[in-house]
Ligand binder design. Sequence first.
Ligand code: SF4
Length: 495
Amino acid sequence: MAQGTQTRRYEQVFSPYSEEEIAKINMIKRVFEWMQGDGEFADAASSGKFSDWQLLRLRRIGVDFDIQELALFWLDPEFESEMAACMEQDAIPPALEAKVKGYPLLELWARFANRKGRLRRQTRCDLFRVPECPPLDAWRWRQILAARSELGYFGHAIDYPILAFELGDGCSVGCWFCAFATQKLKRNLDYETEGDFFRDVASACVSLFGAREAAMALLYYGTEPHDNPHYLDFIKDYKKITGYATCTSTAVPLDTEWLRSLIRFYREERQPWPRLSVLTKDMMYKIHDLYTPDELRDVELLMQMREHKRGKVSGGRILAEHKGMREREAGAYLDGVVPQGTIACVSGFLVNMARRDIRVVSPCYTSEKWKYGYRVFDQAEFKDARDFPDVVRGLIARNMPTAPPRNAKARFRDDLVYKPTEDGFDLISPNQVHHFTGRNLHSALGGLVARGDLTYDGLDDELASTDGVNPLLAGMAVKSLFDGGFMDELYTDPL
Ligand code: SF4
């Protein structure tokens, strides 16, 4: 999808609405943010009993309508969850449609949220493929299927960018929940002396993957954008080279000059960023005091307060606090709760431009083994922009076969639990059960792969000598497990 298509998609979010309606949408968004970030205000919104101070504050932060216009929140206990779900649906459910009649602001919001969610999902689906680099394309697709299998619902909400460039080594913010457990900031990539290096690496990525595909990138990962004083210059350079403005998420929203420069940039680009991590209730209050509802029209606030009801991903710095996320490994699978298993999103290359190293990564369920919520398949160092393409090509050649590699071990993915059944086997991931049926073939195949000691060649030999198994069908079944992202793809030992 060309950049223009994505930009037009975001424009379409607002296109049916008048300026006055957009102003109301921005105010409703602000009320919802306060509800999400402050338990006391959320309680008031579910009882309809607001304090004088809360009502005054609503005015002060730019909400000029009568809060009673949102009364369904406290009159109908189901309404809040129905409204939240409507963003994930293709159309507003008739029951919700009927409820919001008579509440013009809520009807406006329901239409807006539903439209925004629908357009966002369409954009996400368009971005997955990398036709100019077939091995990377096939590998990524397998890893996306694996992530969806492991992460369940959350695996479908990830954008899976191909690249992330860290513009420094470490992070100065030190969030208590940092799922990447990033160390203290050691140094930044210097725009004056290393700007050419950055631009040359970006151009190399366009040659390797195509411009549209190289644009599926972040210029931060285990780093904070605000740490690099030239972050926005890097973003602009990357946009010049790929044709696309990459997104930004920051945990430093109170530097008004900086944040306003980001907001201006993305407003001109007609993109729904930046996204703000809100670390405390006090920080949310300050954000609402400092910026108008219109300024934050395209800015998502991600509530990260310690007391927030949405649990943190128990990885990185807080892995030990909850004994990792695989406490369910003991057998309590599929207990009805789907936790967010990772904050990782890149399926491809994580490039640290300060240390000059590259890791091949993809999101997975956070565990003792994968503490940061992504698998590291391989890693390599590079010297400069000249050897960067060859190092990437080497990583692709080593890690991204388009068919099962004959001499590699044929094993199931490390999160999967194998369970033989009467007519085949089940593979149980942290959030899904996959059934494989067909007694002769799948009973034999499942048992042999679960042994974990056979190469793909060895597996073929064993299957060929198994009574009642057609070798042709067996080969297809193995390929189908491989293409479906069920097989372990750690061919090197990068750790
Ligand atoms: S969560 Fe982000 S901003 Fe916070 S410490 Fe980790 S890398 Fe830094």
